[in-house]
Design a protein around this ligand. Sequence first.
Ligand code: VGL
Ligand code: ZN
Length: 178
Amino acid sequence: MPEEALIVVDMQRDFMPGGALPVPDGDRIIPWCNHYIEEFRKRGALIVATRDWHPENHISFKEQGGPWPAHCVRNTPGAEFVVDLPSDAVIISKATEPDKEAYSGFEGTELAEILRKNGVKRVYVCGVATEYCVKATALDAIKHGFETYLLSDAVKGINPEDEEKALREMERAGVKVL
Ligand code: VGL
Ligand code: ZN
């Protein structure tokens, strides 16, 4: 049983430069994420990829009174992964219901059960955006009792100050920032 899991958060086209909700320089961490996917796969870790998988009328979209432009609408090119995932990667779709927002990969999904069933004790987190979905996922991982590491060279935030704050907040909660 793999004691470890790599959780790649929301590495999707709409979060990259040119996408609907771009994370500045988000594409610069693609090679790092791919590197970790390969390394963790070699050491037998479970590879998990979360994705924002919104319906067209999602509550977080401006048209519905939410904070964000429409992004990562399920089954559209903007929702596609931009990293290379092995065929046995576990794909976790989140925020799939019109009226529910979910930044964390654990929220409203089976992620905690899947990790537990696979014997996972330690999780390593990378992806975007640091101060939103990465932070929420790492904090929930701690709450669920997993030893949690942040691969800080393979995360990217929308706003540098918020990203810095998010890193401190994760550290205070017990996330080990590598
Ligand atoms: C995210 C804003 C809206 C994220 C998702 O992946 O961090 N941010 N939806
Ligand atoms: Zn979203």
